[in-house]
Design a protein around this ligand. Structure first.
Ligand code: TYD
Ligand code: MG
Length: 455
């Protein structure tokens, strides 16, 4: 039985239950319920004595709206993902796997901002001041007037920031912060929520922009940043595949700008370098393109990005053939495979299929369907695509190829990088000097790939 005031909170989704059970009833995760003592009994708001209400002050829609001012940090890729700089008084959550480079990125952001006259504090709950300073020095940021502190007590942090206000404060990480107003352990949902709530309140009240680091963890043990996503103004995800130096900063939610914007960085010995032309990075333009490769003309946020889809269709050694995909949606792969089988007569049923997006990028666009299908067919038929050809188009379940958004930008970017033609939806007009090999149906595209004369 739960003690008085105790609830069992799922550390994965934040749902509360009155009784402990092995599985969370809300999200289905196992062994994630942890007993936490509630700070305030339900209904406390209604019964609080002496509280006065002032009613609501309604306003109309017609008054002019001023664009929010922005703190330009000078790390352009970061500023763009934020919507053109950081809005004063906003709270930003930066999530990512441990070791992806969150601390490195935010130290660079703080240092560059500080050099531009923005007052910045970097508060680390994970590392000692010496460690943070040592890393900043190795990255050549020693001259930047960033104020450093190592602290995990929320009370001390809030007190300190009241006494010495800043324009921008980095909290690394929200999971290490704890408030003495709550009994729950640091890193638990209660603590993470309470700490985030206090820091967001501080941001709003003092006009300080607060950037919270949140580790994304495997479900269970430590509360994920998901439980505070609704409290902050913007959620940024920092992503990267192990073994690749590329890092992608992605806007997942932004009250002050567009989402789906990306910033691209390369991790090196002196920290993260901004990548201004991602296409050149994700694309290997040196050697001959092998069978199984197709270059997708994609759009990431506001920018066109060319990436290579690589497929391998191999005889299966097992009863159930393997399907493995990196950087693309596995459900989407299953759909493309089904359409290839039923509408194009390409038999893949008994074979292993591997699909990989080169460079460690994650592609989410339906426009990539045709590129994935082309890579798969190219591998299955052992026919390489023309060296100078990019691919884009959405595939419907009936096997039709549909036009996609922003085709002109895609083609112009491809032309800039030396491509001469595009395998694309029919009736699309070429742009930037690109010639269109238009296809109305997937079967036509597969016939082209199988036809040695096409090249
Ligand atoms: P870090 O920013 O500490 O990651 P996070 O805060 O997300 O846990 O970055 C850790 C990794 O980055 C570590 O494996 C070392 C690497 N790194 C470099 O390659 N070059 C550098 O200049 C720095 C500072 C880190
Ligand atoms: Mg870190």
């Amino acid at each position: 039985m739960a003690r008085d005031g105790a609830v069992y909170v799922c550390q994965s989704c934040g749902a509360a239950q009155s009784k402990w059970s092995g599985q969370c009833q809300a999200c289905g995760a196992w062994n994630t319920l942890v007993e936490e003592v509630q700070a305030r009994p339900p209904g406390a708001l209604a019964t609080k004595r002496g509280a006065r209400s002032h009613g609501l002050a309604f306003q109309g829609l017609e008054d002019p709206v001023a664009a929010p001012p922005r703190l330009i940090t000078g790390v352009e890729e970061f500023d763009r993902v934020c919507g053109g700089g950081v809005v004063p008084g906003s709270a930003i959550l930066l999530g990512g796997d441990p070791g992806v480079g969150k601390s490195t990125l935010l130290m660079q952001v703080a240092a560059n901002a500080a050099r531009r006259g923005i007052s910045c504090a970097y508060i680390s709950g994970e590392e000692a001041v010496e460690q943070v300073r040592g890393r900043a020095q190795r990255m050549g940021l020693a001259d930047a007037p960033v104020r450093l502190a190592a602290e995990t007590s929320l009370r001390d942090i809030l007190d300190g920031l009241k006494r010495e206000p800043f324009d921008l404060v980095v909290i690394d990480s929200i999971q290490t912060m704890w408030s003495d107003a709550h009994e729950a352990a640091p890193g638990s949902v209660t603590q993470v929520r309470a700490a985030a709530g206090e820091l967001v309140r501080l941001a709003k009240k003092r006009g300080t922009a607060v950037i919270l680091v949140g580790h994304v963890t495997k479900e269970g043990t430590i509360a994920g940043p998901r439980v505070i996503e609704h409290m902050v103004d913007a959620v940024l995800a920092f992503e990267g595949e192990r073994g690749y130096p590329f890092r992608v900063l992605r806007g997942a939610k932004n009250r002050f700008g567009a989402t789906d914007e990306i910033g691209v960085f390369e991790m090196g010995d002196a920290g993260l370098a901004e990548v201004k032309n991602p296409s050149a990075l994700f694309l290997d333009t040196s050697g001959e393109r092998a069978a199984g490769a197709a270059v997708f003309a994609g759009i990431e946020g506001s920018r066109p990005v060319l990436v290579e889809f690589q497929a391998l269709v191999a005889p299966s050694a097992y009863g159930t053939p393997r399907r493995a995909v990196v950087g693309w949606d596995s459900g989407r792969l299953a759909m493309v495979l089904a359409v290839l089988e039923t509408r194009c007569g390409l038999s893949l049923g008994g074979r292993d299929v591997y699909l990989n997006v080169a460079g460690g990028l994650r592609v989410n666009e339906p426009a990539a369907d045709l590129a994935a299908a082309a890579a798969l067919a190219s591998s299955a038929l052992d026919e390489a695509l023309p060296q100078d050809c990019v691919v884009f188009g959405e595939i419907s379940l009936s096997g039709d190829i549909r036009p996609v958004s922003r085709m002109e930008s895609r083609m112009k970017e491809a032309a800039k990088l030396g491509f001469k033609r595009a395998l694309a939806p029919k009736d699309v007009e070429g742009a930037g000097g690109l010639k269109i090999d238009g296809v109305a149906r997937l079967a036509e595209a597969i016939a082209k790939i199988g036809d040695g004369d096409w090249r």
